[in-house]
Design a protein around this ligand. Structure first.
Ligand code: UCC
Length: 621
C-alpha cells in the first residue's frame, strides 16, 4: 500500500488540514476518488503529485528538408531539372536521418563530453583524448554522407557546393558540434586544393583524406590560429617559431591556446620562421602557414602535449584544448610572410560554415517551437491558437528565412568560384558577403534561439530537454572565426583592398534585383525602400571616409539588411509571389535598412567622447 497522507477539506476557510492517518484504507481511497470525481479533492497523494499526472508531449524534430519551405524553394529555383531529382531525393532522405538517428547522436555527444587523460597509472605522460562513441559515429557519418566530399567531387558542377551546403545545413544542428571539425576540414581542403604546384605534395598527403567518403580514410583538420596573447590580433599574438631542419621540414615551438577540435588528424597553423642567426620577423610579415600532421605513423602525438581541456560556456561536445608544440614537425605551405593571407582562404570557408550553423540553428529551434505549439495547451487551448504566440513565431520565421537565403546565395556564389566560372563581379560580391553573413546571422542566432527557448516556457530552461544547449552553443557563433567588430573591420578591409569595387558589385547586384520588383505592384514600395537605402549608404561611404571606422558595425548591418531585403524580394518574384514569400519580403523591408545613415544623422560618429564618458564615468580602476 502506498504511503498516503490524506487531507480533509475545511470548507469554511478553503484550506486543507492533515488527517493524522499514515495510510488510507481501500475505502478511503475509493472515497478520495469519488471526491475527485465530485470536483472536491479529498485525498491528494504525494506520489501522485510528484510524478503525475503532469506530463507534456515533447516537440518532434521533423524532417529538416521537407519542413523547410525556403531550402526547398531555393533548390527548386536554382538547381537545373536534369540533376535535381537525385539531389532532392538524397536531401529528403537525409532530412529524415538528421531528425532521427543523427539527432539522438548529437544529444549523446552533449551528454558524454570528451575527456583528457594526461598520465597513465604509472606516471607516464600519455595525453589520451577520450571521445564518445556518438562523436566517433559522427565522423563516420560525415564521411559516408559526403559532407565534405560532395563539394570536391564536383559531380554536379557548380551546384555541388550548394548541394553540400544544404546537406550541412540539415546536419549542423544534429551534429553534436561535429559541424566544427567539418568546417575546418572544408576550409583546409579548399585551401590545399588551391595551393600552387610548389606544394603539390600536400595534396598527395592530405587532400584525398579530407575529401574521402570512406570512414577509415577520412581525416578532419584543425585550424590552430589562436595563441595566449590573443585571438583577433593574430599578427602580434602569434609567438610560435618554426625552426628549419635543413630537409624542408620545420620544428614548431609554441603554445596554441584554443584548438577547437584536438582530435583532428592534421592542422593548418601559423608560425614565424627563425633565421639562421635566430632572428624572427614580428607582425604579419613574419607569419607563414604550416601543414602539420597531429600523429605520427605509430599514432603517437607529433611532439605535442595536450596541456588542458577548455572549460567552456557551450560547445562542450568539442574536445577543445590548449596545446604545447614542443618541436612538432611541420611543413611550410605559403611563401614566408604570407601566412595570414594564406589562412584567410580557410577562414572564408569556416566563416561560411559559421553562417550556415547560425541559420540552421535558428531553423531547428523554430521548427521545434512550431511543432510544440500544436501540442502544448495552456489556459485551455493550444499555443497555436493564441495570436500573440503565433506572431512571435512569425517574426522569428522572417529572420530565419532572410538568414537562410543569404547563406544559400553565398553557397551558390562559392560554387561558381569553385568551378572557375564566377565573374569578377560575383567574386567581389562573395568577398563582401562572407563577413557580412557571418557577423549578422550569428547575432540573429543569439536572439532567435533565445526567443525560441522562451516559446517552451520553463521547459526551455531545462537541460534534459536538450534545448538550453542550443542557446549555449549559439554564443560562440558571434565569437570564433572573428567577433562582430573584427568582421565589420574585415568589411572595411574588403572595401579598401578592392578600392571600393566590392561596393560597386554590391550596388549593381541589389539594383538589378530591385529593378525586377519595380513592375510588381505588391512589392513596389519595398523595392523602392531597398533602392533608396542602397543609394544612401553608398553616399555615406563616399562622403565620410574618416567616419568609417566608428561606423563599421552599423555599416555592416546596413549592407546585410539591404542585401537580405533584395534577395527576399527577388526570391518572392522568382517563386511566383507566394503569400508567404511576399509577406516575408515586406516585413523584412520594414526594418531600418540604412541604420548607418540614421545613426550618422544622430551624430553617433562625430566623436567617441560621449561613448567614453558613458562607459567610464565613475570608473576608478
Ligand atoms: O580557429 C578558431 C576556431 C576554429 C573553429 C572553427 C569553427 C567554424 C565554425 C563552425 C560552425 C559550427 S577561431 C580563430 C579564428 N580567428 C580569426 O578569425 C582571426 C580574427 N582576426 C582577423 O580576422 C584579423 O582581421 C586578421 C588576423 C586577419 C588581421 O590580421 P592582419 O595581419 O592585421 O591583417 P592584414 O595585414 O590586413 O592582412 C594580411 C593579408 C592581406 O593580404 P595582402 O597582403 O595580399 O594585402 C589581407 O588582404 O591577409 C589578407 N586578408 C584577407 N584576405 C585578411 N583577411 C582576409 C580575408 N578575410 N579574406 C581575404
Amino acid at each position: 500500500m502506498s504511503r498516503i497522507i490524506s487531507f480533509n477539506r475545511v470548507f469554511s476557510c478553503g484550506k486543507y488540514k492533515p488527517c493524522n492517518k499514515k495510510y488510507c484504507t481501500a475505502a478511503e481511497k475509493k472515497h478520495a476518488t469519488r471526491g475527485r470525481e465530485n470536483g472536491i479533492e479529498k485525498h491528494a497523494t504525494f506520489a501522485s503529485a510528484k510524478i503525475g499526472p503532469f506530463f507534456q508531449s515533447p516537440p518532434k524534430v521533423e524532417n529538416q528538408y521537407t519542413g523547410d519551405a525556403v531550402l526547398q524553394s531555393y533548390v527548386k529555383r536554382f538547381i537545373p531539372n536534369q540533376i535535381r531529382e537525385p539531389i532532392e531525393t538524397d536531401l529528403i532522405r537525409f532530412g529524415e536521418r538528421v531528425a532521427t538517428e543523427i539527432y539522438e547522436l548529437g544529444l549523446q555527444c552533449e551528454r558524454e563530453p570528451p575527456q583528457l587523460i594526461q598520465y597513465d597509472a604509472w606516471g607516464n605522460r600519455v595525453d589520451r583524448l577520450i571521445t564518445s562513441p556518438a562523436w566517433k559515429r559522427q565522423h563516420d557519418i560525415a564521411a559516408e554522407e559526403g559532407l565534405i566530399a560532395t563539394a570536391y567531387e564536383e559531380k554536379y558542377g557548380e551546384w555541388s557546393r550548394l548541394y553540400q551546403i544544404v546537406k550541412l545545413f540539415l546536419y549542423s544542428p544534429s551534429s553534436g558540434l561535429y559541424s566544427c571539425p567539418l568546417a575546418m576540414t572544408d576550409g583546409a581542403a579548399r585551401l590545399i586544393k588551391q595551393l600552387p604546384s610548389t606544394y603539390s605534395w600536400v595534396k598527395d598527403c592530405a587532400y584525398s583524406h579530407l575529401t574521402s567518403r570512406d570512414p577509415t580514410q577520412f581525416w578532419t583538420s584543425g585550424q590552430w590560429m589562436t595563441e595566449r596573447r590573443g585571438g583577433s590580433d593574430v599578427a602580434s599574438g602569434t609567438e610560435t617559431i618554426a625552426v628549419p631542419q635543413g630537409d624542408g621540414s620545420y620544428r614548431l615551438h609554441g603554445y596554441k591556446w584554443f584548438s577547437s577540435a584536438t582530435d583532428a588528424n592534421m592542422t593548418l597553423t601559423l608560425a614565424r620562421v627563425q633565421g639562421q642567426d635566430g632572428s624572427i620577423t614580428q607582425g604579419t610579415k613574419g607569419l607563414s602557414l604550416f601543414y602539420l600532421e597531429v600523429f605520427d605513423d605509430q599514432k603517437k602525438l607529433n611532439n605535442i602535449q595536450v596541456e588542458k581541456m577548455k572549460n567552456k560556456l557551450g560547445t562542450r561536445q568539442l574536445p577543445t584544448a590548449e596545446l604545447l608544440l614542443d618541436g612538432a614537425v611541420a611543413y611550410r605551405i605559403s611563401e614566408e610572410g604570407r601566412g595570414v593571407a594564406g589562412i584567410s582562404n580557410m577562414l572564408t570557408i569556416s566563416r561560411i560554415h559559421n553562417a550556415l550553423s547560425s541559420a540552421s540553428g535558428m531553423r531547428r529551434i523554430l521548427s521545434m517551437a512550431r511543432d510544440y505549439s500544436t501540442r502544448r495547451t495552456a489556459f485551455g487551448d493550444y499555443l497555436k491558437n493564441y495570436p500573440l504566440h503565433v506572431q512571435t513565431l512569425a517574426r522569428m520565421e522572417v529572420e530565419v528565412r532572410a538568414a537562410t537565403l543569404l547563406v544559400l546565395e553565398v553557397a551558390r556564389l562559392l560554387g561558381r568560384e569553385d568551378t572557375g566560372i564566377a565573374s569578377d563581379q560575383e567574386s567581389l560580391l562573395l568577398r563582401l558577403l562572407t563577413p557580412l553573413a557571418k557577423l549578422y546571422t550569428a547575432k540573429q542566432a543569439m536572439s532567435v534561439v533565445s526567443e525560441g527557448l522562451e516559446c517552451f516556457g520553463g521547459q526551455g530552461y531545462i537541460e534534459d530537454t536538450g534545448l538550453p544547449g542550443l542557446l549555449r552553443d549559439s554564443q560562440v557563433l558571434t565569437i570564433w572565426e572573428g567577433t562582430t567588430n573584427i568582421l565589420s573591420l574585415d568589411v572595411l578591409r574588403a572595401i579598401t583592398k578592392s578600392k571600393g569595387e566590392v561596393l560597386v558589385a554590391f550596388h549593381d547586384d541589389v539594383i538589378s534585383k530591385v529593378t525586377k520588383v519595380s513592375r510588381v505592384q505588391e512589392l513596389q514600395d519595398q523595392g523602392h525602400r531597398v533602392k533608396e537605402a542602397t543609394l544612401q549608404v553608398m553616399n555615406f561611404v563616399q562622403k565620410n571616409p574618416d567616419k568609417l571606422n566608428m561606423a563599421a558595425r552599423d555599416l555592416a548591418y546596413s549592407l546585410t539588411r539591404i542585401y537580405m531585403g533584395a534577395i527576399l524580394l527577388d526570391h518572392a518574384v522568382e517563386c511566383g509571389l507566394t503569400q508567404t514569400d511576399t509577406q516575408t519580403a515586406r516585413r523584412w523591408c520594414e526594418k531600418d535598412l540604412s541604420l548607418v545613415v540614421t545613426n550618422h544623422k544622430l551624430g553617433h560618429y562625430n566623436s567617441s567622447k560621449e561613448d567614453l564618458r558613458l562607459v567610464y564615468e565613475h570608473y576608478t580602476g
